[in-house]
Design a protein around this ligand. Sequence first.
Ligand code: FAD
Length: 304
Amino acid sequence: MLRSFFIALSTNRTLRSFSERSSVGRAMSSRFVAGMQVEEALDVAAKLNKEGIAVSLDSLGESVSTREEAEHSASIYYDLLEAIETRKLNANVSLKLTQMGMDFDPALAEEITAGIVARAAMAQSFVRIDMEGSGLTDATLSMTQRLFLRFPGRVGTVLQAYLFRTESDAEKLIAEGIRIRLCKGAYKEPPEIAFPAKADVDANYVKLMKRLVTSRVFCGIATHDEAIVDQLREFVVANGVPKSAFEFQMLYGIRRDLQRKLVKEGYGVRVYVPFGTEWFPYFMRRLAERPANVLFLAKNFFKS
Ligand code: FAD
């Protein structure tokens, strides 16, 4: 129930605008958000790189409603890709299509995203198109497929283990050589299309993860679920899967201990580093995943 509550809050525009402007809100969000400015996120990326952790930089923002906002979102990604090159960071970028205008003009979103992927290709980098709610699954997959044809190897997307359709989507992307980040899924989806029970999502995740790491297409295993991480470690040893076939991916501020442990064991680890003033929906989804975070944040806030 709390999960649904926080997911519902994530789309509340009034609360979003109030919170994003409040200094208390910003202080709370710093648990999961690497700063408000590009430079802060780049510094975090450099620090993580020093510890042997790769990064995916995400300029927070979603559901923009004008061309100007979409173009502004894109301009931040151009700055990021330039900085990745000049600072020689081991980093790529993640973006959301609704940040590029997908809700009101899909053709514009594609044009803008293509520009970013072209810039990433110049920098020998990579663009991950995050997966949003199920209303956008088809459009996200087809746009990724078209962009991949134009910029092979420079763009990939995300599949969510809670959706029934994901196994078949994974086979299509694998056949085309498109890189997949596998996550459980962070949105509220109806039982007609998604597993309602967490145990079923977890089981599907494990099944898909085994398929991906043996697919010969490099993939991202995005989870903080230590039981699943352990299952993958056992699986790769038992099946002779090289560590170079995949990387673990985790979110900034979550399970830092596990991130470092995996690096020590020689696994590739990439941390998703979100930043920017539009942190509210992202932050609410993190609370939805673990409502205990609310207590944790409140305790720390009143302590400081
Ligand atoms: P869970 O079963 O939710 O959690 C397992 C354990 O991880 C928990 O017991 C806890 O110890 C820890 N944990 C998990 N979440 C939190 C948290 N918020 N705070 C503190 N501890 C936590 N979802 C999408 O729908 N689209 C995307 O494009 C997308 N991209 C992602 C990219 C990355 C790199 C990652 C790691 C996740 C992404 N997600 C995305 C979110 C994902 O779908 C899940 O909602 C999220 O990762 C929580 O699931 P879990 O696999 O960690 O497992």
